[in-house]
Structures are given as C-alpha cells and as structure tokens.
Design a protein around this ligand. Sequence first.
Ligand code: 5GP
Length: 218
Amino acid sequence: MVAKDLGSRIRRRGLMLVLSSPSGAGKSTIARNLLESDSSLELSVSVTTRPRRGSEIEGVHYHFRTMRDFERLRDSDALLEWAEVHGNCYATPREPAELALAEGRDMLFDIDWQGAQQLKEKMRADIVSIFILPPSMKELKARLKRRAEDQEAVIETRLKNARNEIEHWKEYDFVIVNDDLDRAFAEVRGIVVAERLRRDRRPGLFDFVSGLLDEKTG
Ligand code: 5GP
C-alpha cells in the first residue's frame, strides 16, 4: 500500500460530491471511474423503487425496495432527500452520509437535480456539485439506445426528462460537457483534488501550521 502523503493526513471535513446529469450523459461511467481510481471516495447507495436491471446488484448499485418499504423509510426520517424520477422513487439514506461527513470521509452522490437541491439546503458548506452535459441531444439519444437495458418507452421518457434536468444546470458549482470521456473524467478528478485542498474544509491545518511555526530550525 502506498503511504498517504502528509497533506492528505491533515484532518479535514468530508466532501459531499454531487454528480447530476440527464440519463445517458455519461455520469455513471464517470462515477464508476472516480470510485475505482480514488479509494478515499465512497458511493452513497440510494434506495429506489425502480425494478433492478440485469446488470445491477442489490446493495451495490441500489437498495431495491417496494413502494411500501420506501414509504416506511421516508416516514421514519431515514432518508436525507428523496424524489420521483422517471416515475420511480429514489432516495439517499441518511445514516451513511451523515456518518461519512462526521468522520471526514468523502462521499459521491449520483442523484438528480431535486436531490441536489435538497442536499444543498441541508449541508451547503459540505457540498460540491457538478453537472454533466451531453455534447448534443442526438448523442444523448444514441447513448440511451446503445445502453439498451431499458425498453423503448423508457428511453422516450428519459429523453423527455433530459430537457427538464438540463434546465437546472445553473444550480451547480461546476459544469462539464462530456464530449470526450477521458477529458470529462480528468476534469471531475481535478475538481475533487482542488476541493479537498480548500482551507475552510481543513481544520487540521491550524495544528499543523502552529506546529510548523513552533519548530526549531537550529
Ligand atoms: P437510474 O434509474 O438510471 O439508475 O437513475 C435515474 C436517475 O435517478 C439518475 O439521474 C440518478 O442520478 C437519479 N437518482 C439515483 N439515486 C437517486 C437518489 O438517491 N436521489 C435522487 N434525488 N435521485 C437519484
């Protein structure tokens, strides 16, 4: 295992990285690459009432729940935010996110604009939000079709909803156009690296700097 550099060992608050985009803009691929390349980042696994796709694993991609169970979670305040997207309900479980934040761990939230708005209201200082745009609507449709895990009617609903999602682009801190996956990924990485270095996110700097200033140089 590679030793952590001194800078990253200085205590800091956790980062809540919110990624939103219309379906098919490449957000899931970017999120997966981020998680694979950065062991300090963990995924907030959402709860959903959507049926599981063939490639998805319970507890890894989502916690798949019935509408009844979803309502029970919502009514017991176990959800940090929730929204209806494409006719299904999606939500962020409260406990893992609050724990990560308290322990200074970074969490990735792959959620829509409604969820992003709710998280911002609750945890403004800890949120870094990124919106990913497709290069064109034509390309977006082609990507949805290539994915082909959804029925034709589902693809059409998602295309209609894409315009609505895109209208919220101005509510995000950063906006990336995904016309080249490698570049878009590098841009997201760059944002994460920079945001981790923000002074106001690093209370540990106070002790570090006072130690520096106390150090005898002979
Ligand atoms: P999909 O069904 O393709 O996995 O996700 C559909 C949309 O729901 C995506 O835009 C995704 O970001 C959003 N989504 C997934 N989980 C959550 C969540 O916990 N809360 C909210 N508000 N949206 C979510």
